[in-house]
Ligand binder design. Structure first.
Ligand code: HEC
Ligand code: HEC
Length: 316
């Protein structure tokens, strides 16, 4: 389902608020009616036989990327602190969904739900959660969550980092969420002058929020925003406690890492000034500077490890 992300009309906001209230009170009632028995992960939620079945599949289909002892190789580790903090407080069902829907990374959606559950049992066993008598089933799943891990943020290296909220995504996700689309907005200027973009005709009937949303900030406004996004979010690469996809901590304390981030902030500011001056010609140079600012860091910390999704030696 596509939901409009830009809510322009108060009517829609209110409509959403109402739906949320209805769900909230429904949840209260059903909780009161069912009183689910919550179980701890340490209560023996899977059986040893199930874990053994999981192990069979693991050795053939997973070990290559996650390591035979789940220590992580090209894929992230599936035991230890970084794994447990990724899954802190999340329902066990999410882990099974993740395996069923996205793994093996190179051949997703090839496992059955049962196999995914068996694999989860094996992962729990490797993580030293005790086995019990009964197997992990859909019914037990709904009641079990990973223990909540409190991760103390590493001591902040710079004053600014002290006030940053804890990370939500890994580094690659953050890059894809902000740096990638923002940089591409700027790179696209090489192909198209934002002032020359045809004005989209306003909403057709029936009114389409998605189409409308994509046309609200056209041309140079989109470039201003991209420049601001790059400048203001580059410091998020310094957030303590963030990990790279492979489970390694982002090297936020390294002097060269901080320099690469600072260099990106500088290019972002220059892009913003230039965008506000609506100086199209100057963007040839800015595109190049921006590309260098991304690539200088990638050469050292990203691309040594290989292509997307791989790279055990990334962030090292
Ligand atoms: C070709 C390499 C590859 C194979 C094979 C593979 N994985 Fe992965 N796996 C990855 C990569 C890369 C990631 C990180 C990206 C992601 O989360 O999607 C990952 C992430 C995961 C995660 C999430 C880890 C976390 O901390 O969030 C789990 C769980 C997982 N894999 C389980 C499995 C299981 C079980 C198998 C075998 C059925 C498997 N993987 C096979 C590469 C692989
Ligand atoms: C300070 C270093 C640094 C800077 C600056 C930087 N990146 Fe990254 N980037 C990385 C690292 C390291 C990764 C791998 C992260 C991981 O595997 O979790 C990455 C991953 C990515 C990815 C995900 C693709 C993949 O292979 O996993 C994209 C997209 C990306 N960067 C785009 C950009 C863009 C665009 C810029 C410039 C606007 C930029 N980055 C600036 C370090 C940097």
């Amino acid at each position: 389902m596509v939901r409009p992300t830009l809510l322009g009309r108060p009517a829609i906001r209110h409509a959403l608020a109402v739906t949320v209230c209805v769900y909230a009170s429904a949840a209260v009632f059903s909780l009161a009616a069912q009183v689910p028995q919550l179980r701890s992960m340490t209560d023996g939620v899977y059986s040893a036989a199930q874990a053994a079945r999981g192990q069979q599949v693991y050795q053939v289909q997973c070990g290559e990327c996650h390591g035979m002892a789940m220590e992580g190789t090209t894929g992230p580790p599936l035991v230890g602190d970084s794994f447990l903090s990724n899954w802190s407080g999340r329902p066990l069902a999410n882990l099974i969904d993740k395996i069923e829907k996205t793994m093996p990374f190179n051949q997703p959606v090839s496992l059955s739900r049962q196999q995914a559950a068996d694999l989860a049992a094996y992962i729990l066993q490797a993580g030293k959660f005790p086995a019990g008598q009964a197997e992990l089933t859909e019914a037990t799943l709904a009641q079990v969550a990973f223990p909540t891990v409190r991760t103390l943020p590493a001591p902040a290296a710079s004053g600014a980092a002290t006030f940053l909220p804890p990370p939500e995504g890994n580094l690659a996700e953050l890059m894809r969420a902000i740096a990638f689309p923002a940089a591409n907005t700027i790179f696209n200027l090489q192909i198209r002058d934002p002032a020359a973009q045809p004005k989209k005709s306003p909403a057709s009937s029936p009114f389409d929020y998605v189409e409308w949303g994509s046309s609200v900030y056209p041309g140079w406004l989109a470039v201003d925003q991209a420049a601001i996004a790059i400048t203001e979010t580059a410091p998020l690469f310094l957030t303590p406690g963030r990990r790279c996809q492979n489970g390694r901590p982002v090297p936020v304390d390294r002097a060269d890492w901080k320099q690469y981030v600072a260099a990106l902030v500088e290019v972002g500011k220059l892009a913003h000034q230039t965008s506000r001056a609506r100086n199209y010609e100057a963007f040839v140079d800015i595109s190049e500077k921006l590309n260098d600012a991304c690539a200088d860091c990638h050469k050292v910390y990203r691309d040594k490890g290989g292509t997307e999704g791989s790279g055990a030696i990334r962030c090292q």
